[in-house]
Ligand binder design. Sequence first.
Ligand SMILES: Cc1cc2nc3c(=O)[nH]c(=O)nc-3n(C[C@H](O)[C@H](O)[C@H](O)COP(=O)(O)OP(=O)(O)OC[C@H]3O[C@@H](n4cnc5c(N)ncnc54)[C@H](O)[C@@H]3O)c2cc1C
Length: 412
Amino acid sequence: MKIGIIGAGAAGMIVVATIAENLKGNAEIFLIEKNDGIGKKVEITGGGRCNVTTGLRDIKEVLKKYPRGANFLKFAMYNFSPADVFDWVSSHGVPLKTEEDMRVFPKSNNGKDVTNLFKNIFEKNKINLLLKYNVLDITKKDEKFHVKFSNGEAMNFDFLVLTTGGNAYSQTGSTGDGYAFAKSLGHKITNLSPSLHAFTFADKNIKNLAGISFKDVTLKIKGKKTYEFIGPFLFTHKGISGPAVFAISSMAAHEKFNNGEVFLFIDFFPDKKYENIFNELNKNISENQKKEFINVLRNFVPKALAEMMCKDAEISEKKCSEVGKKDLNKVTEFLKNMKFRISGKTPGEEFVTAGGVDLRDVDSKTMESKICPNLYFAGEILDVDGFTGGFNLQAAWCTGRIAGESIVKKIK
Ligand SMILES: Cc1cc2nc3c(=O)[nH]c(=O)nc-3n(C[C@H](O)[C@H](O)[C@H](O)COP(=O)(O)OP(=O)(O)OC[C@H]3O[C@@H](n4cnc5c(N)ncnc54)[C@H](O)[C@@H]3O)c2cc1C
């Protein structure tokens, strides 16, 4: 019995570890990877520290962090929850810690500890690790999967698991090859879009705001649908980035942003009503009649942003005594609903791919294809993706775990 797992990322590594630890020598396991090492992307998550999973323990809350695939993930998530992942990794010799923002990391802050954990399992269980093996093509004939490699070699497998990831950060090896393999074996691939990324704005003056950050603002995107998220963000030289931006980029992943017709709105004071802000500004003006208005506005927002607002409202030179109701309404509108034209996503810097193998073609309790028996999927290749904070690795671990367990059940 030969089992092939294509792609040694998070999903592929946990599939192999699960089969190896539960099947004990009843099959030949081949982990196939085109890079010269395993877990390249796993190691760079969390800024090189490996954001193993989330510290959230309520599965219902965890599932809310997946704009796509939450329902499909339910069974796998209860089967190998963030708490289970925490225990599994810790019990394999990598102590973990949960940080204040609920992200989980190795206590060592070294992402390589996680890949080394898997290396040890593979060595102990004599896994056939085929590095620098680039899969070109897969066909199925007479119950066997025929896999061709770019070096001219080929192999046959009884079971095959596709864990080739998405096509984000392609320098790590995830070049979207698996979508073509899945398609050639009869599966539909849903729309693919970059997700978890920063935005660029059309306004050239945006660079003046670079570095200004906010803790809790409301971001709203109005495209084909409207999306809203409250959280921290910062202005960059070209637009905006940060946790709230990643979250809203994920919610709006399939919107088209490069036509300049989609706008992002920022409410800098989500806890205050428009009238309250207007009245506060008005009060400040009456108490500081001789001051320049910009100096009053600086009590509300940082200098560079106050300058931009005054310029856009055409009141840069005005004293408070010269600022009328119309001007105040304009500035209040900026504070509550500042509008930026989105020019695009930051190219090539997204963390994940939204879209993938159509979930209707896959059994969520086993990760086996409903179309092609003995073919399994796990990880980002599926049409499942989540927010930042460990949710994408968690999806890879739990789908990989269940794929591995299902294969073990079939063979035993
Ligand atoms: C910069 C960055 C930061 C991130 N930070 C976080 C984070 O903090 N928390 C979090 O949860 N997620 C994070 N993610 C997302 C997370 O890393 C991925 O969702 C996850 O690693 C996907 O795992 P996977 O096993 O499905 O795919 P991958 O890790 O992409 O693995 C796929 C593997 O398949 C191999 N492969 C592809 N095609 C072939 C082929 N034809 N032949 C042979 N091998 C092939 C690739 O080389 C690759 O090694 C981050 C992603 C990036 C890019």
